[in-house]
Design a protein around this ligand. Structure first.
Ligand SMILES: [Fe+2]
Length: 115
């Protein structure tokens, strides 16, 4: 009798597909770092460090683009919760463990650049 897979069973079922895609990704990925793109010399400290806190008046983006960037930043900042779900159920050495570690680092870099 057929039954629906749990989310964990589905992830286990998909691990060979994740493995082939992790291998493909690793063969073509180019490492990058936020300092490659962020003009740090245009930045300044926040108020807690003697500078000025950011406010919307400083943004060069329109209202819609600013809302999209803030929403995206919230997603990037929630990465640890996604990471935990996979890390609790899979080895760090397997395809899902390798993928979630790299994905979390990538999204963290996105958050640094957006912020
Ligand atoms: Fe991202």
């Amino acid at each position: 009798m057929a039954r629906n897979l749990t989310q964990l069973e589905l992830l286990i079922e998909l691990e060979p597909i994740a493995a082939s895609n992790v291998d493909r990704h690793l063969s073509m990925a180019k490492d990058w770092h936020p300092h490659d793109y962020v003009p740090w010399d245009q930045g300044r400290n926040f108020a807690a460090m003697g500078g000025i806190d950011w406010d919307t008046g400083q943004s060069a983006l329109g209202e819609v683009a600013r809302a999209a960037m803030i929403t995206n930043l919230l997603t990037e900042d929630n990465l640890p919760s996604y990471h935990r779900e996979i890390a609790e159920n899979f080895s760090q050495d397997g395809a899902w463990g390798t993928w979630v570690g790299r994905w979390t680092a990538e999204e963290n870099r996105h958050g640094i650049v957006i912020r």
